[in-house]
Write a protein that binds this ligand. Structure first.
Ligand code: ASP
Length: 325
């Protein structure tokens, strides 16, 4: 009995020492989509901004664990050692996956520690550069004339681009053939090359391509028009006649369940500092994202928000009758 108590005490002491020294080796942020896409871009900018507040000595790496609409990467982090060295950057999928997947190898509510939310990224509806439609009105006509022939790219069932594409198909009452990729970076390459017709994606991936005229921007998915240079001329889908259409991609940071509280506190403090980093804010805002400053930086509020979003999206996804098996 005595021995057990001694071991238990030693165990706690070693965890405490670990937390004190944290971080003393590279920290990895898992991105559940391909490199070069919007989630990856935000995570890489965040990794840079986190380095200084985490002591400025260790590297913050990004690991692209793409697949199955973002569930592969989330699952990897849910199963990782809860030591603060493996984190997850994920988005609105944390709230849609529980309804979209009949079987999910982790529980969003109980297999993660919530570290705080990062930013909100509007989406845009974009098309291949060779599409004859030059604006949303013309696109509606073109869609009407091409039933059964339209390819819509996305980052896999469960991704934000999938959700947005699904809502769009429902709104225009046209079924399109969806083409899944490991992220919207490779989908963007195919859209520019004309292999697919349309895509819904975050402004952090689409702004520069719209500006360079490599793709056609048709509309934004927010309730209000956007003000960044590349996007300010695009109508909202609501103003273009799709009543109630609104989707925006919030992003947050997570750690595996059981990460020591001292490490969670260090990570949350570092995240709060990173989100005030003028360089990080400038990069994100330049691409249309809004960096959070509100109470969702608080882990408790972050978790509450995700749980509310699960409840919000569940009936919408169920009504659409789509599942990722
Ligand atoms: N934009 C993607 C999505 O649809 C993810 C990515 O490639 O970052 O969820």
């Amino acid at each position: 009995m005595k021995k057990i108590i001694v071991f238990a005490t030693l165990g706690c002491a070693s965890l405490w020492v670990h937390a004190q020294a944290y971080p003393n080796k590279p920290v990895t942020i898992v991105v559940p989509f391909a490199a070069g896409g919007p989630t990856d871009r935000s995570a890489r900018d965040l990794a840079e901004a986190l380095r200084k507040p985490l002591g400025g000595v260790v590297s913050i790496l990004v690991d692209n664990a793409a697949g199955a609409g973002g569930s592969v990467g989330a699952s990897k982090v849910a199963k990782a050692a809860p030591d603060g060295y493996t984190l997850l950057m994920h988005h609105i999928s944390m709230a849609t996956m529980p309804s979209l997947f009949r079987v999910l190898p982790f529980k969003v509510e109980s297999d993660f520690e919530y570290l705080g939310m990062v930013s909100d990224v509007p989406m845009t509806l974009i098309g291949r550069p060779t599409l004859p439609a030059k604006n949303f009105k013309e696109l509606q006509t073109w869609i009407g004339q091409n039933h059964g022939k339209i390819n819509l790219g996305n980052a896999g069932v469960g991704s934000a681009s999938h959700l947005c594409g699904l809502l769009f198909q429902n709104a225009v009452q046209v079924d399109m053939t969806t083409v899944p990729y490991r992220g919207t970076a490779p989908a963007m390459t195919d859209l520019i090359g004309g292999q697919i017709d349309l895509m819904c994606d975050q402004t952090t991936n689409t702004s520069s391509q719209i500006e360079a005229k490599k793709v056609v921007g048709y509309a934004v998915t927010t309730a209000k028009p956007l003000t960044t240079a590349a996007l300010r001329d695009l109508p909202t889908l609501q103003a273009a006649g799709l009543k109630g259409f609104e989707v925006s991609v919030w992003q947050g940071l997570y750690a595996p369940k059981g990460t020591p509280p001292e490490i969670l506190t260090k990570l949350n403090t570092a995240l709060r500092a990173a989100l005030k980093d003028p360089e990080f804010i400038k990069k994100q805002e330049g691409l249309g994202a809004v960096v959070y400053t509100d109470n969702r930086l608080d882990p408790v509020e972050h978790k509450k928000f995700v749980i509310a979003e699960i409840a919000k999206w569940s009936p919408i996804i169920k009504a659409a009758g789509v599942y990722a098996d």
